[in-house]
Design a protein around this ligand. Structure first.
Ligand code: SF4
Length: 427
């Protein structure tokens, strides 16, 4: 979500005549797009801001804007603590960047130290320019905000209540992406399964998928994130029926204990989650399932934690993102009793990651010798002499190929499994 927001900010800056630079010292405007999902990300932002302050001392005309969830939460406080910040905009006000930049560029009104923090109820009706990374896969926002109020999460407070974009606007964006040569799209939303709740048109996520499946030129459709409570049998059936919808779902479990799930306000119990996993595996046998796990949530005792370990063992995810619970301002979990100490959280995280590494590697290993269809994205980040791409079920595959393979589907014989990727040769 944040990466795509950054693409929108880059799109606005490009349209206003700014060019991207990778050299911080060359920049006239720097926008820091922040994330406050965990304390670590927030601390990283503050240290980056300190670094920019040093640059600004030598170049006083440099303008610094802070965007994203920390901007939304802290607002004016950022000006008081960091007087060298010029502009603060929340995730619902990305379009305001255009006005701020234009007024600066034309020198009509020097709007230093202003904020744009209203949660704009019409934000989802706007189509912003986007400067996309890559030319094969594209992110497309289908909804904003969240109504779920999980006890550990700041998103409903920083991004506001759930609002869906109209299917017409999304389809128009997809048609343009197809014209521009993109082959794969990933629909973004905090909870894509509840798409359409606020719309007057009769729309569910299943019907949206069916409508967008018709767009010629788009060959693969992904979506993220799915809330388990809203994953319906109808949606699973739609995933099975539509060939362009990839065989992968990110379905955050968070914890294996019903007690912890209830404290987290996740609105499902482990048994219900497992029923959906079983349904998915029966409908789409080669589906890859990935998840998010939080360890050390307040009140999680050893028995609760072991239920998470057992869940990983039983479900056999293809991959997970696992984190230690992190205290976040304004969230309900702050007031819960029995916060877990850091060393216990670290030990639990280590155990979860070790188990999942074994599972992921075992799954990758079973793909050796198989021929997989890969959509080629471009040179690999770790080794520019190789190309990288993904299978439908989201396995990263690296191989030696030609420039002309980029944007094409190629068949790759898997020679070697690695922890987070596969290596193979073109067939
Ligand atoms: S579903 Fe829960 S974790 Fe996800 S964005 Fe909404 S409140 Fe946060």
């Amino acid at each position: 979500m944040n990466v795509h927001d950054s693409e929108k900010m880059a799109g606005i800056l490009s349209e206003t005549g700014y060019m991207r630079t990778d050299v911080t010292n060359d920049a006239d405007v720097i926008v820091l797009n922040t994330c406050s999902i965990r304390d670590k990300a927030e601390q990283k932002f503050y240290s980056e801001l300190g670094r920019l302050n040093k640059i600004k001392k030598n170049r006083p005309n440099l303008k610094i804007a802070v965007a994203g969830c920390i901007a939304q939460q802290k607002g004016e406080i950022l000006f008081n603590k960091f007087p060298y910040v010029d502009y603060v905009l929340g995730p619902n006000n990305i379009d305001s960047l255009q006005e701020w930049i234009s007024s600066r560029a034309q020198n009509k009104e020097h709007r230093s130290q202003t904020t744009a923090l209203q949660i704009n109820p019409e934000y989802h009706t706007k189509t912003l320019p986007v400067r996309r990374e890559g030319r094969v896969r594209a992110w497309v926002s289908i909804m904003y905000g969240c109504d779920n109020y999980c006890a550990y999460c700041v998103v409903p407070y920083t991004r506001g209540r759930e609002r869906s974009r109209s299917s017409h606007d999304i389809k128009t964006e997809l048609i343009k992406l197809a014209k521009d040569g993109f082959k794969e799209v990933t629909f973004l939303g905090q909870n894509v399964n509840s798409y359409g709740k606020n719309l007057l048109e009769d729309s569910s996520f299943s019907s949206l998928l069916k409508a967008l499946h018709e767009v010629d030129g788009i060959d693969r459709i992904r979506f993220v994130t799915s809330h388990p409570k809203d994953l319906s049998e109808k949606l699973i059936k739609t995933m099975k029926e539509l060939p362009k919808v990839c065989n992968h779902i990110h379905l955050p479990l968070q914890a294996g204990s019903d007690k912890v799930l209830s404290l987290m306000n996740r609105k499902y119990i482990f048994g219900e989650y497992m029923e959906k996993v079983t349904m998915l595996k029966q409908a789409i046998p080669d589906i890859a399932i990935t998840s998010d796990i939080i360890v050390g949530f307040p009140g999680e005792d050893d028995a609760d934690f072991n239920m998470t370990i057992n869940a990983l063992d039983e479900i056999q995810y293809d991959g997970i993102f696992a984190f230690k619970y992190s205290k976040r301002p304004d969230t309900k979990a702050l007031d819960l009793p029995d916060h877990i100490n850091e060393s216990t959280k670290s030990a639990r995280l280590k155990k979860v990651l070790k188990l999942q590494e074994e599972i992921t590697f075992g799954k990758n290993k079973r793909l050796e010798g198989k021929v997989l269809k890969v959509l080629v994205e471009g040179p690999s980040n770790s080794d520019k002499s190789r190309l990288t791409g993904r299978t439908g079920n989201n396995k990263i595959v690296n191989f030696y190929g030609d420039e002309k393979d980029i944007g094409q589907f190629v068949n790759i014989n898997i020679l070697q499994a690695r922890q987070h990727s596969l290596f193979g040769e073109k067939v």
